[in-house]
Design a protein around this ligand. Structure first.
Ligand code: PHB
Length: 388
């Protein structure tokens, strides 16, 4: 053994001892929540935290046998601040696990930091395809979806309806780009064609000029990815511009999830595809919705479900390693063979740790995203060069 390898071995032994002694002393599990609490995605961050805390409360406040201590950072959905923000949790607070985030660009920086520092990361929303592709690893998990998944499912639905000519409109960043890419793949496979791809920078909401362009093109339908506050404004503006009657609007289900109170009648009748809906007929969803409404005096949405399931994934992994986060391979083995009892319906994780799940076709009826069918059964994200 040369000096370098013996030093590395010493450091590894010291880290092991530190984690063993922290656990022997019953140290709390440090959970770093990095979520948007301001900006267009603020409500999404809150719903994710609510869902996470609900599962924790159901477990008597412990995960993997350890009590939990939270550190929180508002990431503002700003990729430019993401590395600094995630390092506050990793380096300053020394968290055992990172939970975050909503925005794909911010999540990419989190995945890189998690990789560089070998910290556990569970992504409770952001769909950046690469997180469960080239960035995959036995410390990286996602409880939500890949951007490709709802886009692809909506493309299948629109093609099956016989729509031939579509325009797409979204924010110009990874989530919008990848969502449109998934949509296009299925829509073109089903015989449709995309005649124009419109974008505006995230998180801008000046839609008027683009709506005028859609009116001039007169496609058979429009496909869109918007979410949060931006989705509220887009659906209202689309209706106010008089387009809703003449050019049917479709989207990945984020367009109408957690937004219906604010969208009012403008959202009525819209079709979307997503891995959750408001009228699922399963026991887990019924008890989840009851408990969520009782605790928060609010109806849950897809983001609350994803937060709840992020906590479930953490629980499954940590129970298998008796709370020892350093045992990444054993943690991964347990999660990879688990069937996760989600309010969306049970799902498994792919080898790259992305959910393999049903995509529902939903239609807005009053204040609900009513499930009216299955858009895609057990839809798995395509393999994207995950080597682990
Ligand atoms: C994302 O940036 O990946 C994203 C954000 C909000 C959503 C879905 C995806 O609702």
């Amino acid at each position: 053994m040369n000096a370098r390898t013996s030093l590395t071995a010493l450091a590894a032994a010291a880290a092991l001892l530190a984690s063993a002694s922290a656990m022997a002393q019953g140290a709390k599990l440090k959970v770093g929540l990095m979520l948007p609490y301001t900006g267009t995605y603020a409500a999404l961050g809150v719903a994710i935290e609510n869902g996470f805390r609900l599962y924790l409360a159901e477990q008597g406040g412990k995960i993997g046998g350890r009590e939990v201590e939270f550190s929180k950072v508002d990431d503002e959905s700003d990729p430019a601040k993401a590395t600094e923000n995630v390092n506050k949790l990793i380096k300053r607070d020394g968290v055992d696990v990172l939970i975050g985030t909503v925005h794909s660009g911010v999540a990419m920086a989190m995945a890189k930091a998690a990789k560089d520092n070998n910290v556990l990361l569970i992504v409770p929303n952001a769909g950046a395809d690469a997180v469960t592709g080239p960035m995959c690893g036995n410390n990286i998990y996602r409880s939500s979806f890949s951007n490709w998944q709802p886009g692809y499912a909506t493309g299948e639905v629109m093609a099956k309806k016989g729509i031939k000519k579509a325009v797409t409109i979204t924010w110009k960043y990874a989530a919008g780009d990848e969502s449109v890419k998934g949509f296009k793949e299925a829509f073109e496979k089903g015989g449709g064609s995309v005649v124009k791809e419109l974008t505006l920078p995230f998180p801008n909401v000046e839609f008027q000029a683009l709506l005028t362009e859609i009116a001039a093109i007169k496609p058979d339908a429009v496909y869109t990815f918007f979410a949060g506050g931006g989705a509220v404004k887009f659906v209202k503006d689309y209706d106010a511009a008089g387009l809703k009657k003449s050019i049917p609007l479709y989207g990945s289900g984020f367009l109408t999830d957690g937004t219906l109170e604010a969208q009012g009648a403008s959202a009525d009748g819209l079709f979307t595809a997503l891995h959750y809906g408001d009228s699922l007929d399963n026991a887990k969803d019924k008890s989840f919705r009851l408990a969520y409404a009782k605790t928060y005096k609010l109806q849950p949405d897809v983001y609350a479900v994803q937060g709840y399931d992020a906590a479930q994934i953490l629980g499954i992994g940590l129970n298998a390693v008796k709370g020892d986060v350093s045992k990444k391979a054993e943690f991964a083995a347990a999660v990879e063979k688990a069937k996760i009892d989600s309010p969306r319906g049970a799902f498994t994780l792919s080898k790259a740790h992305n959910p393999v799940q049903d995509m529902y076709l939903r239609q807005v009826v009053g204040k609900e995203n009513k499930v009216v069918g299955i858009a895609s059964k057990s839809l798995a994200d395509p393999a994207r060069g995950c080597k682990s």
